[in-house]
Design a protein around this ligand. Structure first.
Ligand code: MSP
Length: 586
């Protein structure tokens, strides 16, 4: 793949000043950014077309990682989260011409659509960057000048294929011929199927070839730099092959919609170099303060743009005397009913319609629960309804209802836990002991859940974190089913202690679920925690001590009034089966 850029660079090389020691920018060791600061990024989105669910998925993954980090390390000052739109390049220039708009009109229109979608979907970014902003032009031009001063750019003749849709150069081996509707052979990219055209022009070239070893060293020294692991291996494999130099500008007469090369208006900066620098722009680059954040950055990207983030970007950074990013999290794609999503197939799923239909929290939950970064996932509506009804409406909503309904909890309080009914040591017997062996399994699963979830987040396995929560919800429902609190009465003193204990344990489980679900379903989690009477300062991971009375500590919730009943936690989407749930709940 990287043998590509059939760069027949006919070297009319500017003298390269003494080669720098790139290895001296020792890459970040895993975890060396510690807990102090963290910056999460989404890719910046092309504005040639309206957003679809794939774009929202990229943003949601970043949002959930960022929200989870805020739960772990409170205080807004130590976490940043940037997203934005990628507005320059041939692709946008051509899309604007086709739409009969000026490029900036198209950019304004589509960038606004992304901003609105992200607002509606609860994307908690702290910065939204547009590459047409003045701050970005300044950063890109400065970055360029640094590369130039370090002798890493030279002028040469580039001749090869260019794919405007993918904004990338391609070697002959990655190009195939398709027959166009007019019957003519049409060269297209093998990978994306998008048309390519032959280019021959004098450009500025980046000495990418010099970075093969430093990149290999970086990946060897930071085995977690690219997650999931198979993508790390893919990049190492690419680096086994020759790494050709990279053309980093285009003739302005051909591409005028972009940032001019400093000191040479006849050339426009290559859109990928322009776009990648956004990650520095948002940190204030080139002001010195950006260094207090870089390289504490984690990029969330789709697999189609791995090469740009895992090879070009770290090489450019090393070239500019900066370290590679802390981590690169890679996800796969959404298909629709088994097909690639595309405008020409007419199967693009509108994310705003989905948020309307399934609610913001419902759709966030679906995409993050079903999306598996390692491989492509298929979208269809029935799947959403089935998942949300069973996991959010029935299992979680039903559980909350079972523990808070007036019938079962008429005082509307968080009842006390009775250690005589539920002793800390399994196997004890006595007249008050009502606990069963399986109940200890529930307690132990619940006690380890927050750590398990945190580990899954660290490994970019949010779907597994949600699977683990969902499994504990099922176990808690089993606990309720086993002890059938509706068969116990508050009037009998012996029953009352045990009834209170059963409800206390279930409410404690719900408190943990509500806390852990905040990064994925923030509104639903808020509703759940508010119903339990958990205040805003009691919702972080540091405060999350599950079932403290079981471990011999006081419980701040015991005897506390529950919050007001604001209705069903998550109404079923498939109303035709509502009667079933009602029957189940009574
Ligand atoms: N502009 C570049 C990124 C520059 S970042 C310095 C770009 N933009 S994009 O709009 O085409 O894609 C943005 C993100 O959306 C990428 O991470 C891409 O993988 C993701 N997705 C695009 N289609 C997708 C699916 N069908 N499914 C999941 N994500 C997909 O690339």
């Amino acid at each position: 793949m990287l043998r590509q850029c059939a760069l027949r660079v006919l070297l009319r090389t500017r003298a390269a000043p003494g080669c720098r020691r790139y290895g001296s920018c020792s890459p970040s060791a895993p975890g060396d950014t510690g807990e102090a600061r963290a910056h999460f990024t989404t890719p910046i989105f092309y504005v040639n077309a309206a957003p679809h669910i794939g774009h929202l998925y990229s943003a949601l993954l970043a949002d959930a990682l960022c929200r989870h980090r805020r739960l772990r390390v409170p205080g807004s000052a130590s976490t940043r989260f940037s997203t934005g739109t990628d507005e320059h390049g041939l692709k946008i220039q051509q899309a604007a011409a086709t739409a009969g708009l000026s490029p900036i009109e198209l950019c304004d229109r589509v960038s606004a659509q992304f901003q609105q979608l992200f607002r509606e979907a609860g994307i908690s970014s702290t910065d939204f960057i547009r590459t047409t902003e003045a701050r970005h032009r300044l950063a890109v031009q400065h970055f360029w000048e640094v590369l130039e001063a370090r002798g890493l750019l030279y002028k040469g003749l580039y001749e090869g294929w260019y794919c405007a849709s993918d904004e990338c150069f391609l070697p002959e081996a990655k190009v195939t011929r398709q027959v166009s509707p007019t019957g003519d052979p049409c060269p297209v990219s093998l990978e994306s199927g998008h048309p390519v055209s032959w280019t021959k022009e004098e450009n500025y070239i980046f000495r990418l070839s010099q970075f093969r070893e430093p990149l290999q060293r970086w990946l060897r020294d930071s085995p977690q730099a690219i997650t999931p692991e198979p993508f790390h291996q893919t990049v190492l494999q690419w680096l086994q092959e020759e790494l050709p130099d990279l053309s980093v500008s285009r003739r302005s007469s051909h591409l005028h919609w972009g940032i001019p090369v400093p000191g040479d208006d006849s050339q426009t900066v290559y859109v990928w170099l322009d776009a990648l620098v956004n990650y520095l722009t948002v940190l204030g680059y080139p002001d010195a303060d950006f260094k207090s954040w870089w390289p504490a950055t984690s990029h969330i990207i789709g697999k189609d743009i791995l090469k740009f983030h895992a090879i070009y970007w770290p090489a450019l950074l090393l070239g500019a005397g900066l370290r590679p990013p802390h981590r690169i999290y890679v996800h796969s794609h959404w298909t629709v009913s088994g097909q690639k999503m595309s405008k020409s197939l007419g199967n693009v799923v509108d994310p705003r319609a989905c948020l309307d239909r399934y609610t913001v929290d419902g759709f966030r939950y679906f995409l993050l629960r079903q999306g598996v970064p390692n491989w492509d996932c298929d979208y269809y509506d029935e799947k959403v309804v089935k998942l949300l009804d069973s996991e959010l409406a029935d299992a979680l909503g039903g559980l909350l209802n079972r523990c808070t309904a007036y019938r079962i909890n008429p005082s509307g309080t968080y009842p006390s836990f009775c250690t005589a009914c539920f002793p800390s040591e399994p196997g004890l017997t006595g007249p008050s002991v009502r606990v069963q062996a399986e109940d200890y399994a529930l307690v132990s699963a619940m006690a380890t859940l927050p750590k398990q979830v945190a580990d899954y987040y660290d490994n970019f396995q949010i779907y597994k974190a949600l699977e683990a929560v969902s499994s504990c919800v099922r176990q808690t429902n089993g606990f309720i089913q086993r002890h059938a609190p509706w068969k116990l009465t508050w009037e009998s003193p012996a029953d009352a202690l045990w009834l209170g204990t059963v409800l206390h344990v279930a409410l404690e489980c719900l408190r943990v679920f509500g806390t852990l679900l905040q990064p994925v379903t923030p509104n639903l989690a808020d509703k759940l925690l508010s119903r339990l009477g958990v205040s805003a300062t009691e919702r972080g991971l540091r405060e999350l001590h599950f079932l403290p009375r079981f471990y011999g500590h006081p419980c701040p919730f015991e005897g506390r009034k529950l919050g007001p009943d604001t209705g069903l936690l998550f109404p079923r989407l498939d109303q035709s089966r509502t009667w079933l749930v009602k029957a189940h709940r009574t």
